[in-house]
Design a protein around this ligand. Structure first.
Ligand SMILES: Cc1cc2nc3c(=O)[nH]c(=O)nc-3n(C[C@H](O)[C@H](O)[C@H](O)COP(=O)(O)OP(=O)(O)OC[C@H]3O[C@@H](n4cnc5c(N)ncnc54)[C@H](O)[C@@H]3O)c2cc1C
Length: 446
């Protein structure tokens, strides 16, 4: 074990982002002769692929997250800072941070910098739509969405006898974007309405809820082979989801959406349509693609800066002639790779094999007990794919307690059709949210 003096002489690796890529890099440097500073604006790592389960009340926020500090607690060479990175001075090799606990601004020097700051929603130039159609990127988003969905049923129940038209608007849910997140959300809302809530109300029939999935492309799930996407579409339709492909959103406001010239009144619109990378490219003054992803070299460094790595959703990586998608396994493998390169550099090795991606395949659920899978040429749709999905997602959850608890919650939810996390917190605030949207037409509040 290195002494304090030895450690102070070791190169400093600053990792920004404790998501999939950054956390994997930090863990892989746990025993390396470097000092690691891991900076995140949240104190927790979020398992984003299960956010929609929180948004639809199947799981609680704590089931799919873990405090970053706890995850790296055994790494003596690693410190964690709860701070927002605001810029990078590439000449002085310093990261500028706003300390979110103490409120101070300061700089953190680095010898190696890993930027793993992920992506945000993109509204394709219509940022004003965000207030009416929030996306699903964080635990705050998921719990706000859960509250909104549950409250929509409550408000519809209260209004059904006096204003059935308003109640129907409350029971209309529009999901924009039919990638995996949009498909999973639409399928789960259908399950909640048709199964979990079916016996709970007296004035409304939750199963009459209208769920519309809107997609600009000719078919849903563009990353999957068309045959699998067609099976997913058929399953969604069996669940009662209206699938509108070749359909563009032209307007979003407090009362619904306009799609291909048609007006749909809805009190819940969920945005799952596009992503834009974090502003890391601007911090560096580096070349980016149209979505703001930094164009990196084949060793994931920024051209002209061999000491700066950009990984995960923030990087534009070409592998075997194709751009790698914004998927968790890409970020994880890139995190492990940059840690290896840094270890080699510290050991004096200057030449490194380029990053190479091992594609394990893709999986998405469509409602209860059904998923599609495209695994290295093996295409599956149905229950077996769903079991595979469960195993993979449980396996990758960080922390044993989480895995155990989540497994139990799921088993319970699937046996009983119930959703243990059906809590509406801050009811007063939530009521005014819906009332505000009803009366003055403003957006959601987180
Ligand atoms: C709803 C949803 C469902 C998904 N489902 C799947 C799926 O089923 N399968 C799959 O493979 N992928 C899925 N993904 C994509 C996957 O989650 C991402 O590809 C992956 O999280 C990217 O990892 P990352 O490390 O690049 O970024 P992230 O995991 O997003 O981590 C970024 C981190 O950076 C921090 N950060 C950002 N900016 C700053 C700043 N300025 N200062 C400090 N910290 C900052 C954030 O707080 C965050 O912790 C899904 C994503 C979402 C949103």
């Amino acid at each position: 074990m290195a002494t304090v003096t030895e450690m102070s002489r070791q190169p400093r690796v600053v990792i920004v982002g404790g998501g999939f890529g950054g956390l994997r890099a930090a863990r892989a440097l746990g025993k390396a002769p470097v000092r690691v500073t891991l900076i995140d604006r949240r104190n927790h790592h979020v398992f984003q692929p299960l956010l929609y389960q929180v948004a639809t009340a199947a799981l609680s926020p704590a089931d799919i997250s873990a405090p970053i500090r706890h995850v790296v607690r055994k790494q003596r060479n690693t410190e964690v800072l709860l701070a927002e990175v605001t810029s990078v001075d590439v000449e002085r090799r310093e990261v500028h941070i706003h300390d979110l606990a103490g409120g101070l601004d300061r700089s953190v020097p680095y010898e190696y910098l890993v930027l793993a700051t992920g992506a945000d929603q993109s509204y394709f130039g219509h940022e004003e739509w965000e207030q009416f159609a929030p996306g699903l990127k964080s635990l705050e988003d998921a719990t706000a969405l859960r509250r909104h969905i549950l409250l929509a049923f409550e408000a519809a129940e209260n209004l059904m006898t006096t204003d059935p038209e308003a109640a129907r608007t409350l029971l209309t849910f529009v999901v924009v974007g039919a990638g995996p997140t949009g498909v999973e959300m639409a399928g789960e809302i259908a399950e909640v309405a048709r199964k979990a809530l079916i016996a709970d109300f007296r004035h409304i029939n939750p199963a009459s809820a209208r769920i519309v999935l809107v997609e600009a492309m000719p078919h849903i799930l563009a990353a999957y082979p068309e045959a699998l996407a067609a099976q997913a579409t058929a399953k969604l339709k069996r669940l009662g989801v209206e699938v509108r492909t070749d359909t563009r959103v032209e307007e979003v406001d407090a009362d619904g959406v306009t799609i291909n010239g048609e007006r749909l009144t809805a009190k819940t619109v969920i945005w799952a349509a596009g992503v834009t990378a974090s502003p890391a490219g601007r911090w560096l003054g580096a070349e980016t693609d149209r979505a703001g992803r930094v164009m990196v070299r084949d060793d994931l460094t920024v051209p002209g800066h061999p000491e700066i790595f950009v990984i995960g959703d923030t990087a534009h990586t070409i592998w075997r002639g194709k751009q790698l998608p914004g998927f968790a396994p890409v970020a994880l493998q890139q995190g492990a790779y940059v840690a290896k390169v840094i270890r080699e550099r510290v050991a004096g090795k200057e030449e490194h094999a380029p990053f190479s991606y091992f594609d394990k395949g893709t999986l998405s659920t469509v409602g209860r007990l059904y998923a599609i899978a495209d695994i290295r040429g093996l295409k599956l749709a149905g229950f077996v794919a769903w079991v595979l999905w469960v195993v993979v997602h449980i396996f990758f959850l960080i922390g044993f307690r989480n895995r155990f608890v989540v497994m139990f919650q799921w088993a319970w939810a699937f046996v009983t059709y119930q959703r243990g996390a059906r809590l509406i917190t801050n009811v007063g605030e939530a009521q005014t949210e819906i009332a505000r949207r009803e009366s003055v037409g403003s957006g959601w509040r987180r």
